[in-house]
Design a protein around this ligand. Structure first.
Ligand code: NAD
Ligand code: ZN
Length: 358
């Protein structure tokens, strides 16, 4: 089912091999409506966020390598232009949808039934196990597309589809109540700047940790209680002391670690107050969390891994944006800039999110 002419080729960014050339192509093949399998939809992507996960994928940072060649990207926002014959869905051609990291799951196993679709053994991931949103026409799965509410601009929705969903879920995992202190590490990045906003929206007191004046300036707009520039606290134990001082001496009730480097994890174990939660979100390669058993037990510390969010988390995360409670900081650029965006991301130089126009 399609009601517009679908071109045979369209722009995409592709890499053939991990760490290989990142190639912008004007003439990447487009899956035609008659070639979609039941359950699949063709989405015309208007814009896509660039997540640090996309950079990890290209660098081959993680234990399971991505599919190759790969079209990366998993914060795609656009419109359905075709629905495979034989698909049961309430979506119609023309609907605005988001395609997220979680491209598909079975919806029938214990994980899926519990709303933990991300750990379904049949889960597929956009921009990793299947092609993603760094292209004008992407194949996705009707049952996992996220409806984008009327009135929310697509470029604002895009960063919410991974960064927003992930941190909203992570904050829920932290199990804080209004007035509690939450540290967001990596607070000026794509995930972090949204975490600060979700947290303040639900009445938490927030301390952002990151580096540089641009990121401080950004976070000052969001009502964070404090910004700590980690580069100013290099002496051993200095950052831990400062975090505790800022949070009234006891340390925060929870920390969401959304930085792509490993250092932040072990500091957090020391500055969290007893009964506090460390919510692990950032995915630096080859990194262990070194928790001393005695102190973990004695201080009742909880260490929680938090991996994206489910379909309901996505709808909730977008609703904050629709109501203006969360405003992604975005700069829009053309799709062909992806390689340059990776360079800037690697050096930690992007406050908020870059959104590419497809
Ligand atoms: P980003 O590059 O936009 O932001 C990372 C931020 O961390 C930067 O602002 C950087 O300055 C800051 N930083 C680096 N070292 C730091 C330190 N020691 N202390 C405090 N801040 C530090 O990246 P992003 O897109 O926000 O992604 C962040 C991480 O989260 C990546 O590893 C990504 O793969 C991961 N991620 C995880 C999930 C999940 O489901 N758990 C989902 C999306 C992304
Ligand atoms: Zn992501």
């Amino acid at each position: 089912m399609a009601n517009e002419q679908i071109p045979k080729t369209a722009p995409a960014v592709v890499f053939e091999k991990i760490n290989g050339p990142i190639v912008y192509k004007e003439d990447h093949p487009v899956t035609q409506p008659q070639d979609l399998k039941p359950g699949e939809v063709l989405v015309k992507i208007e814009c896509t966020g660039v997540c640090h996960t996309d950079l990890h994928a290209w660098k081959g940072d993680w234990p399971m390598p991505p599919k190759q060649p790969l079209v990366g990207g998993h914060e795609g926002a656009g419109h359905i232009v075709a629905i495979a014959d034989g698909t049961t869905t309430t979506f119609k051609v023309g609907d605005a949808v988001g395609i997220k990291w979680l491209a598909d799951s079975c919806l029938n196993c214990e994980n899926c039934r519990m709303g933990a679709e991300m750990t379904c053994s049949l889960a597929q991931c956009h921009g990793y196990t299947v092609d993603g949103s760094f292209q004008r026409y992407a194949v996705s799965y009707a049952r996992h597309c996220t409806p984008i509410p009327d009135g929310l601009p697509l470029e604002v929705a895009a960063p919410v589809l991974c960064a927003g969903v992930t941190v909203w879920k992570a904050i829920k995992e932290a199990n804080c109540k209004p007035g509690d202190w939450l540290v967001v590490s990596g607070a000026g990045g794509g995930l972090g700047h949204l975490a600060v906003q979700y947290a303040t929206a639900i009445g938490l007191r927030v301390v952002g940790i990151d580096t540089g004046d641009d990121k401080k300036k950004l976070l000052d707009q969001y009502g964070a209680d404090a910004f700590i520039d980690f580069k100013n606290f290099r002496d051993e134990g200095a950052l831990i002391k400062e975090v505790k001082r800022v949070c009234g001496g006891e340390g925060p009730h929870a920390a969401v670690i959304a930085s792509a480097g490993g250092a932040a994890y072990n500091d957090a174990l020391e500055y969290i107050r007893p009964h506090g939660s460390l919510v692990a979100v950032g995915l630096p390669p080859d990194t262990d969390i070194k928790a001393n058993v005695f102190w973990t037990v004695f201080r009742n510390v909880r260490i929680i891994g938090s991996y994206v969010g489910n379909r309901q988390d996505a709808i909730e995360a977008l609703d904050f944006a629709l109501r203006g409670k969360v405003k992604p900081q975005i700069v829009t650029e053309p799709l062909k800039n992806l390689e340059d965006v990776y360079k800037r991301m690697e050096s930690g130089g992007i406050p908020g999110r870059i959104v590419l126009k497809c």
